[in-house]
Ligand binder design. Structure first.
Ligand SMILES: CC(C)(COP(=O)(O)OP(=O)(O)OC[C@H]1O[C@@H](n2cnc3c(N)ncnc32)[C@H](O)[C@@H]1OP(=O)(O)O)[C@@H](O)C(=O)NCCC(=O)NCCS
Length: 175
């Protein structure tokens, strides 16, 4: 499959606004509550500019997922810390109408190559709601190891949810 990651910048404002708008109801279960203004191009442009600033500071790396024809999702490495840890957290989503085609699995693989390659990170953490079997599979497909259960870890849809915590180290003796 021809899945690639295009580093996000303000030039993606229109595409990202479209993607978020098309998936507004779909993502409600998995993302923080959004103000209606979030779905307007001006807000997305501002957020993309902020993402670009954090990229230049080495604190975040974000991309749009492309399937060879169109932009179909979002991938981010955030909470990047350097020093003795070289650690980050991964987050992603794929458009509802492109689900179940292996896109997230392939996109996370590409993202790990970037994290451990050009970015020089050592470890990637993920947390996933216990009622999200598709995302759990995406992590397992990519060699993430289960660390444990974090109780009441994320507040979504008006209540706290438990999450599984996963980790993936760079290829080599640590894996
Ligand atoms: C989770 C998500 C990214 C998966 O994207 P995707 O492109 O459909 O994922 P893939 O096609 O690469 O893989 C999906 C895997 O989940 C499995 N799966 C899908 N639905 C499932 C279910 N209800 N129960 C068990 N497994 C399921 C598929 O069989 C596949 O596993 P396999 O490769 O071992 O067969 C997508 O559904 C999404 O964006 N969801 C909303 C946001 C979200 O959950 N983000 C992640 C937060 S941690």
């Amino acid at each position: 499959m021809d899945v690639s990651l295009h580093e996000a910048d303000v030039g993606h404002t229109e595409e990202l606004t479209r993607l978020y708008s098309e998936n507004r109801a779909y993502l409600r279960k998995w993302e923080p509550e959004r103000d209606p203004s979030f779905f307007e191009p001006e807000t997305q442009r501002r957020l993309l500019a902020e993402i670009d600033r954090r990229r230049r500071e080495g604190r975040q790396w974000t991309a749009l997922i492309h399937n060879g024809h169109d932009y179909v999702g979002y991938m981010t490495l955030n909470h990047i810390v350097w020093g003795a840890l070289r650690n980050c957290r991964i987050g992603y989503w794929v458009s509802q109408r492109h689900a179940g085609q292996g896109i997230a699995t392939a996109a996370v693989a590409r993202c790990l190559d970037i994290a451990f390659g050009e970015l020089g990170l050592h470890r990637v953490e993920a947390s996933v709601r216990t009622d999200n079997p598709a995302s759990i599979r995406v992590l397992e497909n990519n060699g993430f190891r289960l660390i444990g259960l974090a109780r009441a870890h994320v507040f979504l849809e008006g209540r706290w949810h438990d999450e599984w915590l996963y980790e993936r180290s760079e290829p080599g003796p640590f894996m």
